[in-house]
Write a protein that binds this ligand. Structure first.
Ligand code: GLY
Length: 313
């Protein structure tokens, strides 16, 4: 018991425009804090970082408010295609699915693929895996997301992407969910899941099932949110983790990486933690919907100063 360390946890429900004044802030906070409470308890009970990340992603996917699993946005053709990945930092092993349909929890497929020869599957292969695993067919469509798409179609798709959080007002921007955990054994894992940008062309591939959007090793773990193309161009998650591995502190690595993203006019956010137990987040977007447990208390960055590039828990 004595050589066990204090677990840490950070989760996010996307990034985008401010929720202030839109009535959404307190309910988003409540959703995120409830999930942090449940998942942190698993870490306290001795569950692995990977188990905690999977459970956290499932809970976020199941909440229709967030753009992943149930409540995913529709693509330009009116279909939902989801992507998810899991990275076990101890094994430094990545797995994921790209543009999968008709499944409740895409993260479960990423979990299954962790121990397979072929660890990243696209649409057709993911559907085959679903069938092999006998997972029930599930429709993740919600009325609000369908309405959002129908309204866009009326205007012949003037917006470039759908809303980050499902709510009855125009809150256009991007969404994804993510979880990064450090367990009692000092192991780190990261998971990320998304419905994509929304309204995108068929076959567009998200960052969420790439090391650019989700990465971990024994030193640090990162999950990203924001515009996938921007995250890929910055290779953000892998860049932060590698900078920590090469000797920067997590805060230094995040600040340098977010500053570069800002210079390049990217629109994104990231959550991270390291083997020392540091919890850090960063963003160039207006708001990042993240919450954490630092071993002592639950906190979040929902009302974080817009001018700050990084914060820590
Ligand atoms: N970051 C989610 C996406 O752009 O697909």
């Amino acid at each position: 018991m004595s050589n066990q360390i204090e677990p840490k946890l950070i989760i996010h429900g996307g990034a985008g425009s401010s929720l202030k004044g839109k009535g959404g802030l307190e309910s988003v906070r409540q959703s995120l804090h409830e999930i942090v409470t449940e998942v942190y308890q698993l870490l306290i009970e001795g569950k692995s970082a990977t188990e905690a990340v999977i459970r956290g992603c499932q809970l976020l996917e199941d909440n229709p408010r967030f753009n992943a699993g149930t409540g995913s946005v529709l693509q330009s053709d009116g279909q939902i295609r989801m992507s998810a990945s899991l990275m076990d930092g101890e094994k430094q092993r990545f797995s994921g699915v790209i543009n999968v349909s008709r499944v409740k929890n895409p993260i479960n497929l990423a979990q299954n693929l962790q121990n397979q020869e072929d660890r990243i599957l696209s649409d057709y292969g993911s559907a085959e895996l679903l069938r092999e695993l006998n997972l029930p067919i599930y429709d993740p469509l919600t009325d609000l997301r369908l309405h959002e798409w129908i309204e866009e179609r009326k205007e012949n798709f003037t917006r470039k992407m759908a809303g980050v959080v499902a709510e009855n007002n125009d809150n256009a921007k991007r969404g994804t969910i993510g979880v990064v955990a450090l367990d009692k054994q000092g192991r780190i894992s990261a998971g990320t899941s998304t419905g994509g940008k929304g309204l995108e062309r068929i076959g567009r591939v998200s960052d969420s099932a790439m090391p650019a959007g989700n990465y971990a090793n024994s030193q640090a773990g990162v999950s990203c949110t924001g515009i996938g193309e921007d995250i890929i161009d910055e290779c953000l998650a892998a860049k932060v983790v590698i900078r920590v591995t090469d000797g920067l502190s997590l805060a230094e690595a995040m600040e340098k990486s977010i500053q570069e993203a800002l210079t390049n006019q990217r629109d994104l956010g990231a959550i991270a933690l390291d083997y020392n137990g540091s919890i850090v987040w960063g963003k160039t977007s207006e708001v990042l919907l993240a919450a954490y447990h630092n071993g002592k208390n639950i906190g979040d960055c929902l009302e974080w100063d817009d001018n700050k590039l990084i914060g820590n828990g």
